[in-house]
Each structure stands twice: as structure tokens, then as C-alpha cells.
Ligand binder design. Sequence first.
Ligand code: ZN
Length: 97
Amino acid sequence: MPRMERDRDRDRDRDRDDRRKKYTKFRKDNRCRFCRDKTMYVDYKEIQTLYKLCTGQGKLYSRKRSGNCAFHQRSATLAIKRARYMALIPYVGTGSL
Ligand SMILES: [Zn+2]
């Protein structure tokens, strides 16, 4: 095998290994903030937490964006809706929070 080709193959294998390592590292840590804090249910009175799960416009972030697990995303959605009803957080914003 010529030298250049061998080096290229080696680099490619190393890149692949790096990628795999990154992926496992990413999967290892807990992405859901409520699971990390061992919170059972999201409280509608914790406005600071709820603001982090909303856009500037007041829309809810998706599970993919917020990183919550399915259980806590459902809990957070309910909490945000309750907080809106109690006028703790706005239904719509101006885009500057
Ligand atoms: Zn969770």
C-alpha cells in the first residue's frame, strides 16, 4: 500500500473513533434538567425555570430544544399553561425577555 493512502486511512479511522467517543460522552450526561435535580413535578410558581423553557415570544421550546425527557416535558407544559392562566408569565411576548 502506498504511504499517502495508508496515512489517509489512518486519519479517517481516528476521526471515526473521535466521533464515537464524543457521541458516548454526549449520551452519558443527563440532558433533562429536572431529572438531574431529581425534581418530580415542575412547579408553576417557579417562574425563572419556566422562562428558560419558553422563547422570547412566549412559545414553548420543543423537547429536542429544551432537552427534557418526555415525562418532564409534559409536566413543564402543564406548569407553563397554569402559570399563564395565573398571569405569572405572558401568553405572548415582545421577543425581548
Ligand atoms: Zn426528566
